[in-house]
Ligand binder design. Sequence first.
Ligand code: HEC
Ligand code: HEC
Length: 325
Amino acid sequence: MLTNILIWVVVLLLTVAAGGLTWRAVRAQRRWVKIAGGIGAGLLTLLLAALTFFGGKGIQMAYFPGAPEPPRLVAEGTPEQIARGDYLVNLNCIGCHSAVGAEGMPTEEHPLNGGWNISQAEGFGFVGDLVAENLTPGGKLANYTDAEIFRVMRHRVTKEGHLSVFMSLLPVNEYSDDDVLSIIAYLRTLSPVEQSVVTGDKLSFLGGIMFGAGMFGTPAEGAPTVTAPPQGVTAEYGKYVATFAECRGCHGPNVTGAPASPAGPAVPNPRPLVGTLTFEQFQTMMQTGVKPDGNPFPDTMPWTIASRLTDDDLAALYAYLTTEP
Ligand code: HEC
Ligand code: HEC
């Protein structure tokens, strides 16, 4: 954080210096200095001013997001909560927060001690390090209250009040209050496992500028309370399944596709394909990772998440994807 603020101050000073240079150039006696110098120094000033503006905005968003107080609540840890949390965490969170395997990718196996450097692994390391947290009580969550973990999920703010940058781009703010409490209850039951890799965010100044310029999307606000639609095989609940099964995190808020960003290429709209399938074909595709035309999903499409859904949740997801968004 301090390094980025220092770089920002330097860029700000350079902007002022370039502004001064522009001023001197346009008041120069010689015509060519006036024109060439004025344009050159003027463009440089504009560029530096843009870097100052977006860098400053990124710094503000990342380090001073204006965190609300953690709500007053505790996860009771009932058997129902723990079972629900088990389902949700091992469906989605495990895809990023599990231990890292030999190829530098998450194993999707326990322990959930994190350490996966997503930005480096996925080719956008220039934004800095975004390293998945250790979710077991062997990591920093042991020092978080239930309310503080709740606040991470709903407002994507760490204990210190900084933005949890990567989490802020996932629709985890739309998990219901009950589901967040279940997740907390479950995480508390895990055996503590340590992690030697430093977890969390270390945004580069360039990452701050790109984040401030909205190149990765804008973090959505979290509502004070969120209630899930009634559980059932309905399109409405299917949208909620698309939230906790992470489809909306990649395929866009309405699962109609998402444009390219510096973090990766565009993600297609799956609805045209799903609309041509029966539920049985959809189920087979999502459980085997092979499309009806015989082509497997590439690695960029984490179908294993869907393969862990219950039949009813998969049916609700199918209902949602075959209904007008
Ligand atoms: C697509 C990858 C991804 C998924 C899915 C994901 N996380 Fe994260 N999570 C991260 C990364 C990366 C960080 C490190 C901080 C950051 O960049 O947000 C993180 C950080 C966290 C933190 C620590 C925030 C802090 O205070 O420093 C918690 C708690 C957390 N995640 C919980 C969860 C839970 C619970 C789920 C499932 C509901 C989940 N995450 C799903 C990638 C992910
Ligand atoms: C980590 C990002 C990510 C997540 C999460 C994700 N997808 Fe995808 N999905 C992709 C990408 C990328 C492709 C395109 C792969 C390719 O190049 O063919 C894709 C392709 C698909 C396709 C094939 C589309 C076609 O016309 O070939 C379907 C269907 C699909 N996804 C459904 C889902 C569903 C349902 C979920 C939630 C359970 C989901 N995806 C979650 C990234 C994601």
